[in-house]
Design a protein around this ligand. Structure first.
Ligand SMILES: Cc1cc2nc3c(=O)[nH]c(=O)nc-3n(C[C@H](O)[C@H](O)[C@H](O)COP(=O)(O)O)c2cc1C
Length: 222
């Protein structure tokens, strides 16, 4: 059982997204999985360049993007994975740029333009998205974030297998709110949440990791 995680935050250590991914991988390891964490911001790669090489009738369909860059080896390793956990900060209401680029390159070559929905990925596996964000939970629907998260959930469900979504809201953005612009935030409340609520998010991430490594694949609700 191999669980792969992907950090879509440029902050690679100790910050919100990578901390929850670490928790999730600890959960997966506790359930006996082999794990790997890929730092997307360590790699130089682009999103889909619309070359349609993956859609050419003459090409053997292996579901791997033909563009050659730092992502190529990662995309090849994903074929052997039994679960994928993708973590991203919310940037302007969506996934970070590196996460979007990764998702395009990961999903599109497996996407078959067939009348019935089909994926070229050879097996069904568990997938998860972990989102961290400044926005408080009560604002998500109003800002339409639930719809955006739903689109990615469906996309992963369609191509790979049931996708769980874990949300960590109202996160700590700065270690010291007195040193950066932060007028609109209640800094004391941010520190309190980071001390009291964020560890609970970590526990939820750990449990998610355990489920990802369980080998039980629920049907995607897409
Ligand atoms: C460029 C940028 C855009 C952001 N846009 C949003 C946003 O639209 N909504 C939101 O809730 N938070 C937004 N944030 C805040 C981050 O999502 C939040 O601080 C996140 O937890 C950071 O994750 P990290 O600590 O792993 O880097 C933004 C942050 C940056 C740097």
């Amino acid at each position: 059982m191999k669980v792969m995680a992907f950090n879509g935050s440029p902050r690679k250590k100790n910050w919100n997204t990578v901390s929850l991914l670490d928790n999730a991988l600890q959960g997966a390891m506790s359930a006996g999985a082999e794990t790997e964490l890929v730092q997307l911001y360590d790699l130089s790669f682009s999103g889909c360049i619309s070359c349609f090489s993956c859609k050419r009738l003459s090409r053997k369909k292996d579901g791997i993007c033909t563009v050659q860059d730092d992502l190529s080896a990662v995309l090849n390793r994903i074929k052997e994975a039994d679960a994928l956990i993708i973590g991203t900060p919310v940037y302007y209401g969506s996934e970070s740029a590196a996460t979007r680029a990764f998702l395009e390159r990961l999903c599109y070559p497996y996407h078959k333009y067939a009348k019935n929905r089909q994926s070229l990925f050879p097996k069904r596996i568990n997938t998860a998205m972990i989102y961290t964000m400044n926005a408080p939970e009560e604002m998500l629907e109003k800002m339409g974030y639930d719809k955006i998260f739903g689109i990615t959930k469906r996309m992963l469900g369609m191509h790979f297998g049931a996708c769980e979504v874990l949300l960590s809201t109202d996160t700590l953005q700065y270690s010291d709110y007195d040193k950066f612009e932060a007028e609109m935030f209640n800094k004391e409340e941010k520190y309190r949440r980071h001390a009291e609520v964020f560890p609970e998010d970590g526990k939820r991430a750990f449990e998610l990791g355990v489920r990802m490594a369980s080998g039980k694949i629920p049907k995607p609700d897409v």
